[in-house]
Design a protein around this ligand. Sequence first.
Ligand SMILES: C[S@@+](CC[C@H](N)C(=O)[O-])C[C@H]1O[C@@H](n2cnc3c(N)ncnc32)[C@H](O)[C@@H]1O
Length: 284
Amino acid sequence: MGDELIRREIVGIEFLSFLQGMKQLTEKFSDNVLGDQTLDVRSRKTREFGILYGVGVGPGDPDLLTIKALEVLKNVPFIFAASSSKNDYSIAGNIVKKHLGSKDVEKLPFPMCDDKSVLEEAWKKNGDRVLEVLSRGLDCAFITLGDPLTYSTFSYLMKTIRKVAPGIRVRSVPGITSFQAAAAAASLPLSEGEESLVIVSGARGGLKLKESIKTSDNIVMLKTYKQFKDIYQTLEELDLLNKATFVCNLGTDEQKIVNNLTKLKNANTPYLSLIIIKKNLQDT
Ligand SMILES: C[S@@+](CC[C@H](N)C(=O)[O-])C[C@H]1O[C@@H](n2cnc3c(N)ncnc32)[C@H](O)[C@@H]1O
């Protein structure tokens, strides 16, 4: 009798672990069916979290917002945008205004400084705010200028949130980048045939340009505003001023395209400015 009880108990335990295994398999399978690679099956709690969308809104002209971006923005209950901690202004927020009417865009203030600890503190605070919404099971979108995965605050937000909640579901909606729109505005091919193209940051001045020009036929330099004078000098040194095109404030009333940079000696340039350099550009 005693042996029979033990045998039944063992069979019971085996059946329970069989069921457990089946459950895990089903969960894993349904995750795959959803194509949801970002969902971490180890932390089941994230199932109840909302989805974080990174939405690119293009470089300035509201008509360059994609249909997909608009669809997501109309459907999510919360939209966030980075803004300067000084004036609460958000360029991305301004771009979507035309399409969203009175729908609110919540600004997340980011200090315009290079102090790592101050920036990290702001990231943490803003990440917590987004996570708080996601943890209520609500989807939200973080809108960014241009494309959300090209020199964008969205990638930092994504990393910050994933540190705290690794299983969070993230979707990105690509946007038209500033340099694609700049090439279009200037009717300038970014690259042709076998040519190469690199995208670099101008935040550290002309040094990056010197390195890149050795190996690339075409260079797009973003974030040129703070170091414009240094970049100008480097272009002059490399005899590339007449092969460079400067574009600023794309898609706004202040848009400007300058084909030969000699006209910009000693100029003060705005935040929204970039330079396209084409090594093989022929004089026309
Ligand atoms: C933080 S990066 C953002 C890049 C953006 N995610 C993209 O896909 O183009 C900011 C830089 O992008 C460029 N940029 C963005 N919008 C622009 C515009 N409307 N006109 C000119 N440059 C722009 C400038 O070089 C600016 O300093």
